[in-house]
Design a protein around this ligand. Structure first.
Ligand code: SF4
Length: 689
């Protein structure tokens, strides 16, 4: 796009970050340099607005600590000491090491990646082809959303829901497990608009978040008790006759079993478990049961506990019980990503494996798995790790073990990165990667239903190369000659989405909308095997699991007199996105220091004043941070805002020093919010019970 100033161009793009909003970007370029990154006003979901974090994208792109050339380790593992090396030398050495390991067993090589970019091309296209051709271990990408994803799939048939735009027509919006102001800003703008029209907003969250502040009501539930609350709401819908029996009969499966289970959950019983007043449960049930266009914006915070999958299943049953799906503005949205016809097999080429069936490693247990020796059950020890789009040393649970694993002198580690993160400190080679302003990509979304194209706005900074280019160069050195490794990024973008997408429109406008109806399940038509909303899932029974949703208690429940009496959750600090942006000075200045929010009563019992440096600890480790005393924490629960880089923390750790490697009931996901701790003043010997 040209502008009034002939020295400037504006390039259309997409935000790459792990956020449901997937904003359309406009990058203003002057003399080859990005000078401004703004929201595209013609993209309805973005509406011309970006969050504070990505408004600083130019600052991040030209950051003085940006990695500009390949680096080779010169010091001990983890010391972060490197020397510059040429690309050819680095790639030759990496390929030689991988060839040697692959000759023994390619499964000893593990890719480790997640959503550092959500782009389909710079995440899993050429990289996936490379690892498939190699026969490397497969990675189970579970670290954020797989419990909820599995639960939605078992209940609604896929990661589908009501279009986000339709929340503007809701009469009641329940924001469940989400600080939308911080992590779903564009939905929040719609909810605010609805509120101005008279819509009631209810927030369910253990933390009294910035979003809870602005809702009509906040239900400060105990972590990991959401299914109990959902079942008690069902109980009230049943006993008060607030059901849409016609919708249930025609469009759901397993009603009688769900009814029987829900009737075991009186509001009194749920109130005991959830730690909320009975009256609040009854009132929410009445609101839900008597409001036609009632909607839930469910997010991923609440599924980070042992019973997270069951909890999402229970909540996802609620709109069908009252027939909310019939109404424009009624229903539920957790993820919209299942609406997109992505051609994953064409992008990732699993056929390159041939007859080989490598083992799968769960990314959420990388701490344990890096420390495992070879065995018949596990297979070969992990000898090489290629990390891209992820910072596991900071974000994976039980980071004491993750650090120990990454610190193995015999582990060969390559990290593709923008900055020298906690993980990059442990690399043998760091390869500088391009940012979103420097490469092609194509994006779906998990918060709306538009496809976005990202064009490169500027040339790669320094010697940075795209992920795809790096894996192409490695493939060539490994002798992989399948023509698929030569496919260009623009061509990959073109082939990524099925026919529903018009690539010419993407080139012209930067985005294209999928034709999702206003009320997609008004007449059932769920993409489940039965075509109904499956309260009962035969597929779960076939796996030996419960067919109906239930409350599954946390692994770690406070016990009277127990050593660790406080439940800790670790929601993101508002100006960070997981561990991204922690090194952007202007954003870190706002967050100031690692913080633990504590209820004043819990703090007083421990002699802790506001601003005191505290140690938060359990059997897995110790984390130092500043205590912030306020009502954002409910009594008995502390909020460790994340995710700080370990090396920028007060004692070289972060909140994941405390989290465990247990997994959720569905989806094999981590249980970051199912974690007991104790808190004491630094220097104090006291460990109050
Ligand atoms: S709101 Fe989300 S999608 Fe939009 S710019 Fe910020 S991080 Fe990116």
């Amino acid at each position: 796009m040209t502008t009034a100033d002939p020295a400037q161009t504006v390039v259309r793009g997409a935000c790459p970050h792990d956020c449901p909003d997937t904003c359309a970007l406009l990058t203003t370029v002057e003399n080859g340099r990005a000078v401004r990154v703004q929201g595209n006003p013609t993209h309805a979901a973005t509406d011309g607005v970006l969050c504070t974090k990505v408004s600083r994208y130019a600052e991040r792109t030209y950051h003085s600590e940006r990695l500009l050339q390949p680096l080779r380790r010169v010091g001990p593992k983890g010391a972060g000491q490197f020397e510059p090396v040429g690309w050819d030398e680095a790639l030759d050495e990496i390929a030689a090491r991988l060839k040697t390991i692959a000759a023994r067993d390619p499964q000893a090589i593990l890719p480790y990646s997640y959503a550092g970019t959500m782009g389909l091309v710079q995440s899993e296209s050429i990289a996936a082809r490379f690892f498939h051709q190699l026969g490397a271990s497969l990675l189970d990408r579970t670290i954020c959303a797989s419990a909820g994803a599995e639960a939605l799939t078992q209940t609604l048939g896929n990661k589908v829901g009501m279009p986000v735009r339709m929340f503007a027509h809701s009469q009641l919006i329940v924001i469940w497990g989400s600080n939308s102001i911080g992590s779903n800003l564009h939905f929040w703008r719609i909810a605010q608009e609805a509120k101005r029209q008279g819509t009631r907003l209810v927030c369910i969250d253990p933390r009294k978040s910035e979003t809870a502040d602005k809702c009509h009501e906040h239900i400060a539930i105990r972590p990991g008790t959401d299914a109990a609350l959902a079942l008690a709401l069902m109980h009230e819908l049943i006993v008060n006759g607030w059901l849409d029996q016609d919708y249930i009969d025609r469009f759901t499966l397993g009603w009688e079993g769900l009814r029987e289970r829900a009737l075991q959950w009186s509001p009194e019983r749920a109130a005991q478990v959830c730690g909320v007043p009975v009256a609040q449960i009854r009132q929410l049930a009445q609101d839900w049961g008597t409001t036609p266009a009632a909607a839930i914006r469910l997010n991923y915070g609440m599924q980070r506990v042992r019973g997270g999958g069951n909890a999402v299943r229970a909540v996802a049953c609620l709109p069908a019980l009252t027939g909310a799906w019939r109404h424009p503005g009624g229903g539920l949205l957790m993820s919209s990503s299942g609406h997109f016809p992505v051609r994953r097999a064409a992008l990732q080429r699993p056929d390159l494996l041939g007859q080989r069936r490598p083992r799968t490693i769960n990314m959420s247990t990388i701490g344990d798995d890096l420390l495992r020796p070879a065995s018949p059950e596990f297979g070969p020890q992990i000898e090489a790790l290629i990390v891209y789009n992820s910072n596991p040393v900071a974000v994976a649970p039980e980071s004491g073990k993750v650090v120990q694993g990454f610190g193995r002198e015999d582990l060969f580690t390559v990290v593709l990165e923008h900055f020298q993160t906690d993980t990059a400190d442990y690399a043998d080679f760091i390869l500088p990667a391009t940012t979103q302003l420097e490469h092609w990509d194509i994006h779906t979304s998990y918060g709306h239903t538009d496809v976005l194209l990202n064009r490169p706005a500027i040339a790669p900074v320094g010697q940075a190369r795209t992920n795809t280019d790096i894996f192409r160069a490695l493939a060539q050195r490994m002798g992989f000659d399948d023509p698929c490794f030569a496919q260009s990024d623009e061509s990959l973008c073109r082939s990524a989405i099925g026919d529903a997408d018009d690539f010419e429109q993407l080139l012209a406008h930067g985005f294209a909308s999928l034709p999702v109806p206003d009320a997609p399940f008004a007449q059932g038509g769920f993409p489940t095997p039965s075509g109904r909303c499956e309260f009962f899932s035969q597929r779960l029974v076939d796996q030996g699991l419960d067919g109906w949703p239930d409350h599954v208690p946390n692994y770690e429940v406070p016990q009277a007199g127990g050593r660790y009496p406080l439940a800790m959750i670790s929601p993101p600090a508002r100006n960070f996105l997981n561990s991204t942006f922690v090194n952007v000075q202007s954003l870190r200045d706002i967050e100031a220091e690692p913080v633990l929010e504590m209820h004043p009563q819990d703090a007083a019992e421990r002699g802790i004043a506001d601003g005191a440096v505290v140690r938060v600890f359990n059997d897995r480790g110790t984390y130092h941070c500043k205590a912030r005393l306020n009502q954002r924490a409910r009594s008995g629960v502390v909020n460790g805002l994340g995710i700080w880089w370990r090396k920028l923390g007060l004692n070289g750790t972060n909140v994941n020093e405390l989290t465990s490697q247990h997994l959720t009931d569905l989806g094999r996901a981590p249980v970051f919010y199912d974690c007991l701790v104790q808190v004491a003043l630094v220097g104090s010997a006291a460990t109050p019970a």
